[in-house]
Ligand binder design. Sequence first.
Ligand code: OOG
Ligand code: MG
Length: 261
Amino acid sequence: MEQTQISQLAQNLHEARKKALELEPLTKTFEDFSLETAYKIQAQGIRLREEDNESIIGYKMGLTSKAKMEQMGLHQPIFGVLTNSMQIENKGKFGLKDKIHPKAEPEMYFITNKDLSGSLTPEEALKSCSHIGVAIEVLDSRYRGFKYFTLPDVVADNSSSAYFVLGDSIKPNGEMNFSDLKITISDSVNTLFEAKTNAILGNPLLSLCELITLLSHQGKALPAGSLVLAGAATQAIPLSADTHIEAQIENIGSASFKVTP
Ligand code: OOG
Ligand code: MG
């Protein structure tokens, strides 16, 4: 795909986000394009956000659990870029105004302490984290009805990134094992979904390793101090006003926010 078309598609997605409008999936209107091109559209979209004075603070992994792969009908891990303006205060408020069709999902996050590239073991990945914690990712697809059918569509749309909340962080130690911890997402009344952290690629640390591998394929390193969301362990839930959303991971902590109109 030509650079001018890449820029145009990134611009369309950027405006859809800012105006809270729904678009048809790109592959419906344009020729089929590769995942490589989709990451170029994503990167161009991030440049547009930087022009709006946002700064990159990390990455989110997506489609790293069976629950998510089945919910979205796509079966390969992908990543998106996180900026500072996407952060919602923990225990704060999230207004539905100017959002398209947001959904929340329970995740784990990592903050790295050195530049990382190439292929890492989970043990090396853990040693490279200064902090870890519970996150809630709020997704908001720019596609009509939150429906898209191809990986290039969702990757071009920054892997449906919209907002995130970080619970209090803890400092990991080498003894920690994240593969078998209970993870839940609840609203004001009920636990809506529950899983074990090993739903995330067998171990959420493997999601961090996978991100570093994917970035390496693009000739990029993960900079020290990056925030990384490991991907949801359960399906995402649509948000409605006047609910309190909370995610918890056994032995790690919780994150929450209140949904307002
Ligand atoms: C794609 C993003 C998936 C996750 O945690 O699996 C994701 C989507 O659901 O639209 O963020
Ligand atoms: Mg997610």
